[in-house]
Design a protein around this ligand. Sequence first.
Ligand code: SAM
Ligand code: SF4
Length: 336
Amino acid sequence: MQINQNSRATQLVDRFGRKVEYIRLSVTDRCDFRCVYCMAEEMQFLPRSEVLSLEELYLVARAFVELGVNKIRLTGGEPLVRRGILTLVEQLGQLPAELLITTNGSQLSGMAADLKRLGVDRLNISLDSLQPDKFKRLTRTGRLEQVLAGIDAAIAAGFKRIKLNAVVLKGRNDDEVLDLIAFARHKGVDITFIEEMPLGAITEHDRAEMYCSSDELLEMISAEYALIDSDEKTGGPSRYYRMADSDSRVGFISPHSHNFCSECNRVRMTVEGRLLLCLGNEHSMDLRRVVREHPNDIEVLKQHLIQAMELKPEQHHFDLADETPQIVRFMNMTGG
Ligand code: SAM
Ligand code: SF4
């Protein structure tokens, strides 16, 4: 939904003067994939009672928007496997905020048209490999052809913008970076390369050994394509480049090599309703307790959100050399 950025100043301002205008909601911890950098092979998912209901999720989103948030992203786990997700999307689609979804693409061939019709503005679709075997090894359970069909369905549905996300691991899929860019250009979509973050203990690989920095990728890509620096500010860890001969943009999400904390404009809510003030820190507020102790009371919830801004830390510290992850939650609890 289009909104006038100037007419709705956010009431969510932290101790460092940063305005929070963007909320990422994790709507489920479940997923049909088991990507090696995100989950363990055997996962214990939360009992349903610990997960916010669709009504509770909607109340939280509405409270944020009433306080001036203008961008909502649904993530997970895989948001499109949450039962009833289209009902929530329909409600959120009517709020005066931009609505985005991050998805693995597995359900898109059947859902893309409905998502567009119900008000989703933009999609991020994860795609780490264009080779079926490698895709399978990275996602453990995913089927590449299903995701490619989903990407085509999303393009046909006519979203304002579609962006592919690839987590690049050295020796696993760094040889596909140029192929992925060629694919994005061919499809007329954007692509962003993500540095792996140390969230949750995984045993499948050593994160430090497979770490592939955005600067290395930038050098490799620049040898093939002339990238034009774009000064677009995202308030997050992404930097974007344009290409002279294509509308597709190339982005890099670099939580390790580029500190973006001073511009941070976002907060996240885990699937259990824990409001995380920073992806790289444990500072949080239990919103599930608030919504369950005061059902449907949006004013009490809004007061808590305003108070929570006091907890937002100045910056994160990810340290790859440290073998124990500082952050013990898996990415599927918080969303990307
Ligand atoms: N299931 C959806 C998907 O895969 O797009 C949404 C949730 S997923 C957690 C969101 C994004 O986080 C994906 O692009 C995924 O590749 C990325 N991601 C997961 N674990 C990560 C990690 N340890 N480091 C960096 N990115 C990660
Ligand atoms: Fe599922 Fe997304 Fe995590 Fe992969 S990255 S396991 S698709 S939640």
